[in-house]
Write a protein that binds this ligand. Structure first.
Ligand SMILES: NC(=O)c1ccc[n+]([C@@H]2O[C@H](COP(=O)([O-])OP(=O)(O)OC[C@H]3O[C@@H](n4cnc5c(N)ncnc54)[C@H](OP(=O)(O)O)[C@@H]3O)[C@@H](O)[C@H]2O)c1
Length: 430
């Protein structure tokens, strides 16, 4: 066999220890596929004394993460996390020093992708990040290589396993968000600070990267519109089921004749579609290509095994000598995206109102919707309790987002409207 491919690993937490484990236990398999042995030469984490469940005593310990950029290695594997700080400093230093980089860090790539891709190219090295999007699902490889012959018009999917787990448990048990979040935290599916997962930020990082690959644009994370699942109630889930839908937190990127829209939001998805049936902590991603139609990949999007598996696949590609530009095309060819005004996009909507049960309320709401070009496809109200709060749910035909939001604003000013109307997009065209 030829010379070993030498890697230096920064971060020995959930993913880093998983990578060490795979490289140790599947060493022969990895070497066969890579065409050469893959050798860990140095490691770094914060606490040298911490028990990690894997033996790292044979490798050089480097105290400072940035110091890994200076060791004799072919690639640096960044598994620290965070969009800035030590991860950013290390990746920049490694690329500038002519080392390939593998990272699982979606935040870093979403915030600094163009700069890092340019740096990698300028130094003739690769920046791979399969593990950063949907963990064990090889979606970066699929979009960047397998589907490269297509003009892609959309990429979308369930990109956050924690949110999908919570929505699934809410549906199955009838319990509300806070209660299920606590269970998810106890089971280790959600972090103590669940903000990134349940508020759509994590999915926002991922869809931002997928949009860059699909549409050949620079990642602009600050333009991604994000809304999470905190306001989804078990009542919404039941109402959605009555209409034949499941609620999913979707990352959606669409290219409409060169105008791009990237969002993360809870959406109603028809129950009988492939996305509608993806439950628990599973992820699923669809790419819409002009010749391939809509292939869907599904699997576990996080966790030690699936994520480390993706990191090792990236390492094997590098050891084989397979190099693909960070976002699939040369960094200088990445366009600055032009974004569509979201207010102009037409869509069906689900609208939940909490109103006083009294004569004339529905007539008032209907008049406001009519005045904003929104027509009602169906409406549900459960029970009657004159003078008391009651939930009324409406499903609209196609209406511009700007119009339905303006209508909601007006409805919220009605005396009979007791809570802010809650609006969710219905995605039929998935
Ligand atoms: N966990 C997943 O399922 C998953 C899935 C997809 C992508 N990712 C991404 O993978 C990356 C790592 O995630 P993780 O879950 O493995 O995180 P983690 O378990 O918290 O591990 C982070 C590691 O980085 C080390 N570290 C933290 N700050 C450091 C610093 N200033 N200098 C040096 N080392 C430092 C920690 O050292 P100590 O151990 O000594 O504290 C730890 O070993 C993140 O970018 C994450 O977004 C994770």
């Amino acid at each position: 066999m030829t010379e070993p491919f030498r890697v230096a690993i920064a971060g020995l937490g959930t993913v880093g220890a998983g990578v060490v484990e795979i490289l140790q236990s599947n060493a022969a398999q990895v070497a066969m596929r890579a065409g050469r042995p893959v050798e860990i030469v140095a490691v770094n984490a914060r606490d040298k004394a911490k028990e990690r469940g894997v033996d790292v005593s044979a490798y050089e310990w480097v105290d400072d993460a940035a110091g890994l950029a200076g060791v004799e290695a072919d690639a640096v594997i960044e598994l620290i996390g965070g969009s800035d700080g030590p991860a950013y400093d290390l990746v920049k230093a490694a690329l500038a020093g002519g080392k390939h980089v593998v990272s699982a860090n979606k935040a870093l790539l979403a915030h600094h992708g163009t700069e890092l891709a340019t740096l990698a190219e300028g130094h003739g090295v690769s920046l791979n990040y399969e593990a950063a999007v949907a963990g064990g699902i090889p979606i970066i490889k699929a979009a960047r290589e397998g589907l490269a012959g297509n003009k892609m018009s959309a990429v979308y999917g369930i990109l956050n396993g924690t949110s999908n787990f919570i929505l699934t448990k809410m549906r199955e048990s009838g319990r509300d968000f806070d209660d299920v979040l606590k269970e998810a935290q106890d089971l280790g599916y959600a972090e103590a600070d669940p903000t990134f997962d349940v508020d759509g930020v994590d999915a926002g990082h991922k869809i931002c990267l997928l949009a860059s690959i699909a549409f050949g644009v620079q990642p602009e994370f600050n333009k991604v519109r994000m809304r999470g699942i905190r306001e989804v109630t078990s009542a919404d889930i039941n109402f959605a089921a009555e209409f034949g839908y499941r609620i999913k937190l979707l990352g959606i990127a669409k290219d409409r004749d060169g105008l791009i829209n990237i969002t993360v939001e809870p959406c109603l998805v028809p129950e009988a579609t492939p996305l509608g049936t993806v439950e628990n902590a599973y992820n699923a991603v669809v790419v819409k290509g002009d010749f391939v139609d809509t292939p869907l990949l599904t699997g576990l999007g996080a966790g030690r095994g699936p994520t480390a598996s993706a990191v090792v696949a990236d390492i094997i590609d590098l050891a084989r000598g397979l190099h693909v530009p960070t976002f699939g095309i040369p960094a200088k060819a990445l366009k600055k995206p032009d974004f569509i005004d979201p207010a102009t996009i037409k869509q069906h909507y689900y609208l939940r109102l909490t109103v006083t049960d009294q004569p004339g309320v529905i007539a008032d709401v209907s008049a406001i919707l009519r005045d904003h070009d929104a027509s009602i496809e169906s409406m549900v109200q459960h029970g009657r309790d004159p003078g008391q709060p009651v939930s009324v749910v409406l499903v609209t035909h196609d209406v511009k987002r700007g119009d339905i939001e303006a209508a909601c604003e007006e409805i919220s000013k009605l005396k009979s409207c007791l809570e802010k109307p809650y609006l969710m997009r219905i995605e039929h065209q998935l």
